[in-house]
Design a protein around this ligand. Structure first.
Ligand code: PMP
Ligand code: GLN
Length: 384
């Protein structure tokens, strides 16, 4: 096979899912809800499927109703003014949005800054674009970046920075001060930001998610990516979107038209409906996850896994160093096989140079039924 995929192994999510199934473990690994999308949203898909015409290709950039719903949603929550016709495209999940953004906005040989540990598709997307990743680490236990390390990552070759807030896997939500420093450096070095905000509605204990594009001078240099998978418990539908300044979205759209051309048509209409749900939907969604986070925290508190409470996402990074001597992968295998709870070891979220920083951590996901989280508590208690 091609050299560009030489370094790509099987994703950790697939590896852990197979292991969890084999050992009948409670799977708190992959961020995949085990509860359903809202019934009224599912009904919209069924209706769309039966309508006939939606069983054929959608317009390449996405159906007009969904592009308008994305624009209305960011106007409602962030007071951003987006042109639905030229400033939004619909992609096959955020994953395609990330790849299309890198392919459409970065040239071979350009440097792209990533803040790690990070979602595992960023670096492969950069590599497939023949660009060069440059890594800035977050430091545990609070997962802050060092401003000097961030500053030092910028060079004459820096073309883009991939930002993720709220951040998978650390649960960080960057503060306005942190975002202002990122913005200042990107403006100074004329860098484009690809901002992954798929967990935009998953914020806890009053933490505020601030889209980078709302900062002064950033709208014209940021494309923002989100996805229906997280906000509507519909990870299987793979409907995501990219929005921003039309000049940048044009580059993303040019790549998108030759990656997937268009994405699943009936689901787009349903997500247009879902994005327009009243504020109470988003409040109830957040409250449900606050409850699940409390259940996972109670499981962790009971067994000696240390963590700093996440500000957002449905993940918690935990430090197992008081309980186990070994690598994260060894601990994750031990936990799955012997204790019956699966989690994600973060090795693949790191470059080789910074792997040691996460060497005592594994990630747990709490987008799971309360029964599963309570079951995990019972099993994790055996760790002590
Ligand atoms: N970005 C982040 C930070 C994620 O956690 C995920 C979920 N796996 C994605 C992107 C991918 O989203 P989608 O399923 O919409 O492709
Ligand atoms: N975003 C989810 C996670 O980080 C799912 C990732 C995936 O399955 N590729 O767990």
């Amino acid at each position: 096979y091609a050299h560009r995929v030489d370094t790509f192994g099987t994703t950790i999510f697939t590896e852990i899912n197979v292991l969890a199934q084999q050992y009948n473990a409670i799977n708190l690994g992959q961020g995949k809800p085990d509860f359903d999308a809202p019934a009224d949203v599912v009904a919209q898909v069924v209706q769309a499927l039966q309508s006939g015409y939606q069983n054929q290709y959608a317009p390449g950039p996405g159906v007009p109703s969904l592009r308008k719903a994305v624009a209305d949603h960011v106007a409602r929550f962030y007071q951003l003014d987006i042109d639905p016709a030229r400033g939004v495209i619909v992609t096959s999940g955020a994953t395609e949005g990330i790849l299309a953004s890198v392919l459409g906005l970065v040239d071979p040989g350009d440097e792209v800054i990533v803040i790690e540990p990070c979602y595992d598709s960023y670096v492969p997307s950069i590599i497939m674009a023949h660009a060069v990743p440059v890594y800035v680490p977050l430091h545990p236990p609070t997962w802050n970046f060092d401003p000097d390390e961030l500053r030092a990552a910028f060079s004459k070759k820096t073309r883009a920075l991939i930002l993720n807030t709220p951040q998978n896997p650390t649960g960080r939500i960057y503060t306005r001060e942190e975002l202002m420093l990122i913005a200042e450096l990107c403006i100074e070095h004329d860098v484009t930001v690809i901002c992954d905000e798929v967990y935009e509605h998953l914020t806890f204990a009053g933490a505020q998610h601030i889209p980078l594009a709302t900062l002064p001078g950033m709208f014209e240099r940021t494309v923002t990516i989100s996805s229906s998978g997280k906000t509507f418990n519909a990870t299987g539908w793979k409907i995501g979107w990219v929005y921003g300044h039309p000049d940048l979205v044009e580059g993303v759209a040019r790549a998108h038209q030759f990656i997937t051309f268009a994405v699943h048509h009936p689901t787009q209409e349903a997500i247009a409906y879902a994005l327009a749900l009243p504020d109470t939907y988003f409040q109830d969604f957040r409250a449900m996850y606050e409850g699940k986070l409390a259940l996972l925290r109670s499981a962790l508190d009971g067994c000696g896994l240390k963590y700093v409470a996440p500000q957002g996402t449905y993940f918690v990074m935990t430090d197992y160093s008081d309980l186990f001597d070994g690598t994260p992968t060894e601990f994750a295998y031990y936990l799955t096989k012997e204790i019956g709870v699966a989690c994600i070891p973060p090795e693949t979220f790191y470059s080789a140079e910074h792997l040691h920083i996460g060497s005592n951590y594994v990630r747990f996901s709490f987008c799971k039924s309360d029964e599963m989280l309570l079951g995990a508590k019972e099993r994790l208690a055996k760790l002590r």
